[in-house]
Each structure stands twice: as C-alpha cells, then as structure tokens.
Design a protein around this ligand. Structure first.
Ligand SMILES: Nc1ncnc2c1ncn2[C@@H]1O[C@H](COP(=O)(O)OP(=O)(O)OP(=O)(O)O)[C@@H](O)[C@H]1O
Ligand SMILES: [Mg+2]
Length: 232
C-alpha cells in the first residue's frame, strides 16, 4: 500500500517559488494500477519523485507498506528504494557508456549476475530489444531507449513501479507491450503509478488521479471509500 498524506512541495529558485504539490493525499492499494494525469507543469513528475523517495516534500509523509520514506535514515531510504521501487524517468537517464544489456543490469548489484542476465534478456525480448543488446543509448531510437528504461525498472522485481510517460515515444504496438507489462506486474501484486498525457494509456489503469496546479482534483479518495463505492 502506498500512502501519500498531506504532501506539499514548493521549489524555490532565487526569488521565485513554485508550489508543485499542494496538500496531496492519496492511497494506492497493493496491486493497484493508477494513472496520473494533468496539464504540463501541474506536478506529476514531482509527485512521482516524492513517492519514489527521491524528493523530500516540505511537509506531509509518504508511506510504502507501512514504512515512512522520509522518516528513515537516508542510507535506509536508498536501500529501500533500490530494493522496492522501479523508476522510469521521463528523460530515461540511461548510462550513456553502457550498452543496452548493461544498462538494464545496472541496478542489480544485489542479484546473482547469471540470474540477472537471464532476466534482463527475458525482459528485453519481451520489449523487442534482443537484437540491440550491444548498442549504447546513443545508438537507439527514443522509443527503444524508453523500453530499456522500463526493463531496467522491472529487473529487480520491485514492489512499486513509478513510470513517467513510459509510452510517450512509442507506436501503438510497442505501447501496448509496455502497458501490458505494467498491467501484468500489477496483476501479480505490484503497484503501478503511470504518468501519461495519453488517454488510451490511462485507460489501462483502474483509477485516474487528476492533478491541477499541484492539487489532486480527482481520484484521491481513500481505498476504503473507493471500495465502499465499488461495492455500491
Ligand atoms: N527543480 C525545479 N526547480 C524549480 N521549479 C521546478 C523544478 N522542477 C519542477 N519545477 C516546477 O514545478 C512545477 C511542476 O513540475 P513537474 O515537473 O512536476 O510537472 P509535470 O506535471 O511533470 O509536467 P510535464 O507534464 O511537463 O512533465 C512546474 O511548474 C515546474 O516548472
Ligand atoms: Mg513531468
């Protein structure tokens, strides 16, 4: 279960300040698949970074399976993140000098290498990238890079996948492969937060969270209320 309680974040640069998140409260049940939508600049990436333990909010808390991310010491948070969270960045953040396979393997210090290699190749096969194993990111198309980033996020079998526009550069067929992989991950008990401007992609989610100027304007009801409503 992912819980975000009353989270606010204001970026301060020199004299200006931008409130990117304003008292956001939401819950995502374990195995849940939610989409996050809203206009450019409304705070979607900020929300994902905050949930992923990468950006400390000014106030409020983020709790994953009962562990409060910003109350634990930073080393523990780093370990927790490495073990439990798969992040697909909007700008991919692949390592430029590593080839495709080694990029996918990069976060796997914890796994025995042979197992990790096998799993990396399985994922890359699923994402139609087996014939690009030796390419570096500069030698890939944007959509290929995007799929490498997703394979990397899935390699260590995290509990939560946070994916920022993971289909933004994909054709319909590859988008379906990626969304199908996320749905399957959620079906197997993982939790997915998918940021997307694409309504067809958002339709894969069970629930849509809408953000407008840092505020959650839809979908923020608690899991209990959500279930009660679903039960009629
Ligand atoms: N590091 C930063 N410093 C200052 N302001 C920032 C920073 N990062 C984001 N912002 C501002 O915070 C607001 C929210 O940014 P965020 O990246 O979360 O938006 P977004 O919803 O992901 O947008 P997009 O759909 O374009 O990716 C924006 O107005 C942005 O200009
Ligand atoms: Mg963004």
């Amino acid at each position: 279960m992912v819980r975000v309680d009353d989270v606010s974040k204001t970026y301060r640069t020199g004299v200006e300040s931008v409130t990117a998140l304003d008292s956001v409260t939401l819950q995502i049940e374990t195995g849940g698949f939610v989409a996050v939508q809203g206009p450019s600049g409304c705070g979607k990436t900020t929300l994902l970074l905050t949930v992923g333990g990468l950006l400390k909010p000014d106030n409020g808390s983020v709790t994953i399976d009962g562990e409060s991310l910003y109350e634990m010491p930073i080393e523990r948070r780093t370990k927790f993140r490495a073990g439990s969270i798969g992040f697909v960045f909007q700008q991919f953040h692949l390592v430029p000098y590593l080839n495709v396979r080694d990029n996918v393997l990069a976060p796997t210090m914890a796994l025995p290498l042979d197992d990790a290699r096998e799993r990396a190749e399985e994922l890359l096969e699923e994402f139609n990238l087996l014939d690009r194993l030796k390419h570096t990111p500069a030698e890939l198309s944007t959509g290929e890079r995007q799929r490498v980033a997703l394979a990397r996020a899935m390699l260590h079998e995290p509990r939560v996948i946070l994916a920022d526009e993971p289909t933004g550069n994909l054709d319909e067929r590859n988008a379906e492969i990626v969304l199908g992989a996320l749905a399957e991950f959620a079906g197997a008990g993982g939790t997915v937060m998918l940021v997307t401007h694409d309504n067809a992609a958002a339709a894969w989610a069970e629930r849509i969270l809408r953000i407008d100027r840092g505020r959650l304007v839809e979908g923020g009801e608690t899991a209990a209320r959500h279930n009660a409503k679903a039960a009629g």
